[in-house]
Design a protein around this ligand. Structure first.
Ligand SMILES: Nc1ncnc2c1ncn2[C@@H]1O[C@H](COP(=O)(O)OP(=O)(O)OP(=O)(O)O)[C@@H](O)[C@H]1O
Ligand SMILES: [Mg+2]
Length: 271
């Protein structure tokens, strides 16, 4: 099997683009980001100096073994968690210096986050959950965009249901519809297809790819699925809180091979 490992390019850049136009300006960048949590009397060091960049027009994936820090990294990049050290620029704002009000505005209007755990409000119906970002801003929800996002994901008939009555895959689609309807400039999606069947997973990836095809937007996906990663322009691999490798436009087989190497602790690399 031939594996194309993009060793020449530092993480955060793209050297090969086979299917899409050259990326636009950087929408998201992280420099030497660390994150630690207090756990009892010690600190758990989760991220160790992560640097990356995502350009407009890119759909990128972050992969790595469970516990390697993927969700933590996504939270930091989206401004949901503060890094311990290092800096993050999102849509031209340094997240360390942006005001709380501006950060809240950014998160509500320009950034979409699909949580690994869906984060639906259990007391609100599906329709109300999808409309929540506008309700929080005291805006009238865009009915057509919401209806279209729900129809695309096949959940329009569930509009009046409560999240508790839905399957995991249906809840995941509600969380995705909420973000798709917003049409944000940067989408963070933490395992967005983890609970979906293959067909629905393809629909979701098509929608995310359509967002990234816009030269003003970008998508960053965490996934365990090599087939999902293979739909991305670039795949970054984490292990133990570090970004160790990246591949540009890899095949699913390439991705699976690197994942296997990372999981068994091998550090060998090929080109
Ligand atoms: N608030 C916290 N306090 C202490 N430790 C935490 C906290 N949040 C995450 N961690 C730890 O950080 C590590 C990385 O967690 P994270 O959720 O980022 O991993 P992940 O790569 O997303 O894993 P998975 O693939 O299972 O979702 C784990 O060991 C986790 O226990
Ligand atoms: Mg996670």
């Amino acid at each position: 099997m031939t594996i194309t490992i993009d060793q020449a390019a530092p993480v955060g850049t793209t050297s090969t683009r086979l299917t899409r136009p050259a990326p636009g300006p950087t929408l998201l960048s992280a420099r030497e980001v660390t994150k630690s949590y207090a756990v009892g009397r010690r600190r758990a060091e989760i991220l160790h100096g992560v640097s990356l960049g995502v350009a407009a027009g890119e759909m990128c994936a972050v992969m790595g073994p469970s516990g390697s820090g993927k969700s933590t990294l996504l939270y930091c990049l989206a401004g949901l968690e503060q890094p311990t050290t290092g800096s993050i620029d999102l849509l031209g704002r340094n997240l360390a210096t942006v005001s709380r009000g501006e950060l809240a505005r950014l998160r509500r209007s320009e950034v979409g986050f699909v949580f690994q755990s869906y984060n639906l409000v259990p007391t609100l119906s599906v329709g109300e959950n999808v409309a929540l970002p506008w309700r929080l801003r005291r805006l009238l929800p865009p009915r057509d965009a919401i209806r279209e996002a729900m129809a695309t994901l096949g959940i329009e008939s569930l509009a009046r249901s409560l999240p508790i009555s839905l399957s995991g895959g249906e809840q995941q689609r509600v969380a995705l519809a909420r973000v798709l309807a917003q049409s944000p400039r940067v989408v963070f999606a933490d395992e967005p297809t983890g609970a979906l069947d293959t067909t629905t997973g393809h629909v979701v990836l098509d929608q995310l790819a359509a967002i990234a095809a816009d030269p003003q937007r970008a998508v960053l996906i965490v996934t365990h699925d090599p087939n999902v990663a293979a739909r991305c322009d670039r795949v970054m691999f984490m292990r133990d809180g570090r970004l160790e490798r990246q591949l540009s436009t890899p095949s699913a087989a390439d991705v699976a091979l690197v994942m296997a190497e990372l999981s068994d602790g091998s550090t060998s690399s090929r080109s």
